[in-house]
Design a protein around this ligand. Structure first.
Ligand SMILES: Cc1ncc(COP(=O)(O)O)c(C=O)c1O
Length: 388
């Protein structure tokens, strides 16, 4: 199978199926919101799932050592990261792990359980903190230029952890070593635990750059033991519906908080999740490289449109989620949010930046057929023209 532009150009017609993205807003709306992609999966994943489905036996599956080994091998080969299999705690999703991290802070860091998060950020960072009863301390990120004020201005007093999004959703920022080191030094000085959500790690758009796993920066065992990372094949290979992720937690005591609720509160990984994860990590590289080339073409279209509209767009280094600053439109929108305006007038569904902590911004999912993206951008341009 060749994963070229022709492959990714074929539409899936998800509006006829069970897709959240394509069915929420009705047939006249082009959906560029929730973070999944409109591309056919990698053939090796389809074949592995089909073979497993045809066995006709769907009893409880045991943990797949093969899938865990494939994930570890992939991280070694692509990022030079050594992961001890004992550190790996399978999770039904990364959002579960975000919640378990916040709960861990609440339970183990009495009186100093506040969690630092960067803003804007994926909204489940905030909801995990709220749901687990820890207080968030938001550190605003500059959307253009180096995002983090260094050294971080706030004090660590009263705080127990930092929840990092690496690469950053929705800014599309790829943290570099110096930025990550700044966070680690701050964490060491304040005795903070740091959890790094690395679900978008395979989606760095400009190879040979790759993302830097936070764990790869640990200087020694003591530093490593305050860190953990959450990884998954779900965003990179577009298999979030299969529900399989991994918390990588080097410290055994902290790790116990991630395994405690297995078989009661937290369901075991779906057997198809294991199968899809193993196939993705073992055989998915040609598909991923084809995908990145296709996304680069779509990114260029979005950049061109943003320039034509005169609206600032964050540099999309990673992820397939463009972040567009529409705050300048406020005087013309009579109190309507840009999100609602584009939905009402352009019939294009985006994510409202307010959800991530950036009102007046919108997030645009470019992981769709180029023809669909082009049509959506044209609709948005026409809608903007009505404001002038
Ligand atoms: C940064 C980040 N973390 C986690 C998730 C969701 O993870 P999961 O579906 O595995 O719970 C997303 C989905 O968009 C995301 O962008």
């Amino acid at each position: 199978m060749t994963y070229d532009f022709d492959f990714f150009d074929v539409p899936l017609h998800r509006e006829r199926g069970d897709s959240q993205k394509w069915t929420l807003f009705g047939p006249d709306v082009l959906p560029l919101w929730i973070a999944d992609m409109d591309f056919r999966s990698c053939e090796e994943i389809v074949l592995a799932l089909t073979r497993r489905a045809q066995e006709g036996c769907y009893g409880y599956a045991r943990e797949s050592r093969a899938a865990i080994a494939a994930m570890i091998a992939y991280h070694r080969e692509h990022y030079g990261l050594e992961i001890d299999p004992d550190w790996v705690v399978p999770q039904p999703g990364v959002v579960t792990a975000l919640n378990l991290f916040c709960r861990l802070l609440r339970e183990t860091r009495a009186g100093r359980s506040d969690v630092f998060i960067n803003e804007p950020v994926y909204h489940h960072f905030m909801s995990a903190a709220v749901q687990q009863g820890v207080r968030e301390r938001r550190i605003g990120l500059r959307p253009f230029g180096p995002p983090l004020p260094t050294p971080p201005a706030p004090t660590a007093a009263g705080a127990g952890g930092w929840l990092l999004c690496n690469p950053q959703n929705p800014l599309g920022h790829l943290w570099d070593d110096a930025e990550l080191r700044g966070i680690l030094d701050f964490a060491a000085a304040g005795d903070l635990l740091v959890a790094s959500d690395e679900i978008h790690g395979g989606l760095v758009l400009d190879p040979p750059h790759t993302y830097r796993p936070l764990l790869a920066l640990a200087r020694d065992d003591a530093e490593r033991r305050r860190l953990m990372a959450f990884v998954a094949p779900s965003k990179t290979w577009n298999v979030p519906g299969l529900g399989c992720a991994f918390a990588i937690v080097p410290d055994p005591t902290l790790r116990a908080h991630f395994t405690r609720d297995y078989d009661n509160l937290i369901p075991c990984i779906n057997l198809f999740g294991w199968v899809g994860a193993e196939a993705a990590y073992r055989f998915g590289e040609p598909w991923r490289l084809g995908l990145l080339a296709y996304l680069r073409r779509n990114r260029a279209l979005l950049e061109e449109a943003a320039r034509a509209w005169g609206l600032p767009l964050c540099r999309l280094q990673a992820t397939y989620l463009g972040f567009l600053d529409c705050t300048a439109l406020a005087p013309k929108l009579n109190g309507e949010s840009p999100h609602d305006f584009f939905l009402r007038v352009a019939k294009v569904a985006l994510n409202d930046g307010a959800v991530f902590g950036a009102p007046g911004w919108v997030r645009i999912n470019i992981a769709t057929q180029t023809a669909t993206l082009r049509a959506a951008l044209e609709r948005m341009g026409n809608a903007l023209a009505t404001l002038r």
